[in-house]
Design a protein around this ligand. Structure first.
Ligand SMILES: Nc1ncnc2c1ncn2[C@@H]1O[C@H](COP(=O)(O)OP(=O)(O)OP(=O)(O)O)[C@@H](O)[C@H]1O
Ligand SMILES: [Mg+2]
Length: 441
């Protein structure tokens, strides 16, 4: 990289120095203070890193006075853990070693928000950077306004960790009273065939339980690649499983509670799937289990919607489940796959007592005899959910059938299924009066 300031245009930075641009007017009014340790409104510090001094000075000059301009990421290391910091990575930081450092930070430190500025943006670089936990990538040509906006946005993201949600300081302590007696019941909703109705089942029983139970009920979207839970419940989550898992070392119940989105009509706590499928493969089964174990310390029920495949995350979650709801569509390919799935689960030593078979779209019109299917699978179905247009309507509306069509046969089956999981939690099915609202109301 050149030492010649005039050559910055060659990798696309606009040179504002001759235009007399007032950075103070572009940055949020109180964003930057003079001094070597610039602080953003949320208290985040701001640093620029590039091996080339001219480049880092240039980038720093675009962000206001007093930005810490550093020659290497290692210089930033001592600052970590001392509060939030936004770091603008110059083009030299596309180096794999630097990205590996950023990845380590983003896995272990919730307070670092990295932005990468690059002269040549390829799809590969974008994926690599995002996987490393970089919050945004700016490519040539960039302008000062864009840079300042991005810094402010990333800083805002870090500001979502106010002191009240940091470890040891739960915001809503009364919700975090440890469960009396048994820990919460973990229920995974699984099938061996995609599209069989897992998410419909998971959202309906979770909402039914949340409306009935006196204890917090949590729904986790474990379909990390393409989760549908947020859409099916019409919620706009601020945080996802990725946010929780990226904090796993520091995570405590108070933080977890803050990360979840409340489904207002039922009081259900929801932790949705990541918005970007690329983040899914960063999450391990062991991390998910740690999170679930924490959740069951204060939640009466933890329901997990799973994808139709056996991977590390799925197997780990099935292993720690008290109940596994196996959803099967009523057609030959589904039944064949359930049979294979049942033998896999048996090989994994999953007790049959934990398994609850749900036959979905189970009605006379499909010309498959339910009794015969149960005989073939050697397992009795605990629910027969008919095929009904109320289901796609409810999915499209983002309102589960138990709320939007409570009198339908489908809703009644889901209510009955949910009631099976209330035994032992001290709550009786149908007693909605004692429902606990978590955030006011
Ligand atoms: N009983 C039913 N009657 C009518 N339609 C249904 C029924 N159950 C599910 N569906 C429809 O089938 C579609 C797939 O359901 P759902 O998303 O719950 O499946 P899934 O098993 O979670 O799929 P994936 O494997 O992709 O996660 C939904 O759009 C829903 O509208
Ligand atoms: Mg699904």
């Amino acid at each position: 990289m050149t030492e010649d300031f005039n050559q910055f245009d060659s990798f696309g930075f606009d040179d504002f120095s001759d235009e007399g641009t007032d950075t103070e007017t572009l940055a949020p009014a109180t964003a930057f203070e003079a001094g070597s340790d610039v602080r953003l409104p949320n208290g985040a510090a701001l640093a620029v890193v590039d091996t080339d001094q001219a480049v880092r000075d240039y980038l720093a000059s675009q962000l206001g006075e007093g930005v810490a301009a550093l020659g290497s990421l290692s210089e930033l290391e001592p600052r970590l853990g001392l509060g939030p910091v936004v770091v603008v990575l110059g083009p030299s930081c596309v180096d794999p070693t630097d990205l590996a450092t950023v990845e380590r930070w983003s896995r272990t430190n919730s307070e670092v928000g990295a932005i990468l500025v690059t002269s040549e943006l390829s799809t590969t670089l974008l994926h690599t950077a995002l996987r490393a936990g970089v919050k945004d990538v700016l490519s040539a040509p960039i302008d000062q306004m864009q840079l300042v906006d991005t810094v402010a946005r990333v800083a805002e993201g870090l500001a979502m960790w106010p002191p009240s949600v940091m470890p040891g300081a739960p915001a809503n302590a009364d919700l975090l009273e440890p469960m009396e007696g048994e820990p919460g019941r973990v229920i995974t909703v699984f099938s061996t065939k995609g599209g069989s109705g897992k998410s419909v089942t998971a959202t309906n029983i979770a909402v039914a339980l949340a409306r009935t139970s006196d204890n917090p009920v949590v729904l986790i979207d474990g379909h990390l690649q393409f989760g549908d839970v947020a859409v099916m419940l019409k919620i706009q989550p601020q945080h996802t499983v990725v946010d929780a898992i990226s904090q796993i070392e520091k995570l405590d119940p108070g933080m977890l509670l803050q990360l979840m989105t409340i489904h207002e009509p039922s009081g259900l706590h929801v932790l949705p799937a990541p918005l970007e499928p690329t983040f899914a493969d960063q999450i391990t089964g062991e991390q998910m289990v740690r999170m679930v174990e924490m959740l069951r310390g204060f939640a009466g029920h933890v329901i997990i919607d799973l994808p139709a495949l056996f991977n590390d995350v799925v197997l780990s979650l099935i292993e720690v489940s008290d109940d596994i709801i196996l959803v099967a569509g009523l057609d030959i390919p589904n039944i064949k796959n359930v049979k294979i799935g049942l033998s896999t689960l048996s090989l994994l030593n999953v007790s049959r007592d934990k398994l609850h078979l749900v036959l979905n779209r189970a009605d006379s019109k499909v010309k498959l005899d339910v009794g015969e299917v149960e005989k073939t699978l050697q397992i009795h179905a605990v629910a027969h959910v008919p095929s009904d247009v109320v289901v796609p309507i409810s999915v499209n509306r983002g309102s589960p059938v138990v709320l939007s069509a409570p009198k339908s046969e489908v809703a009644r089956e889901f209510e009955k299924l949910a009631a099976r999981f209330l035994t032992g939690t001290g709550v009786q099915a149908g007693s909605t009066s004692g429902r606990r609202r978590f955030f006011g109301g």
